[in-house]
Design a protein around this ligand. Sequence first.
Ligand code: SF4
Ligand code: SF4
Length: 178
Amino acid sequence: MTEIFESVKALGEGFAATFKHLLRKPITEEYPEYKRPLPERSRARIVLTCDPDGKERCVACYLCSSVCPVSCISMQSAENTDGRRYAKWFRINLGRCIYCGLCEEACPTSAIQLTPDFENSRLDILNLVFEKQDLLVDNCGKDRAYNFYKHAGIKTDSFDKGTRDFETEPVNVKSNLP
Ligand code: SF4
Ligand code: SF4
């Protein structure tokens, strides 16, 4: 008896939901004229950001390319005369990217970030291969304060890490051992 009552109740609730939507005014978003604002953490077009000093954040550490499940990131590392590492070239095949966000999670410098810009379709799939100049933006993206080299320091011929005014002393990793 209880089962019959519960089935009838569920049926009634289902019909009630259907009738409620039947009588409601439809909501139509006229895309592309109207683009619904997406949350800041939506995962779409990938960019390479700069630190607050306006310098490229990417230090070409290869972590993003290692963690990428579809192997669509590649790059070549190089080093400036001031000791900063950078990517000589940096390439993402967005035709393979599944927008999982793992590259962003792995990045130690907040350089690589996914943005809510989802309008990235191309008629020719080869145009989905983005080079560094297509990925670089002149702002910090979501992380507006982080500056990797202010924490890590830069080693050059004249200075050791953590010896300049703007740097803190590097952590002695052996002191963290049990
Ligand atoms: S979002 Fe995922 S699939 Fe796309 S480049 Fe990053 S790690 Fe690779
Ligand atoms: S984007 Fe980030 S994780 Fe990828 S190479 Fe540059 S610094 Fe490393």
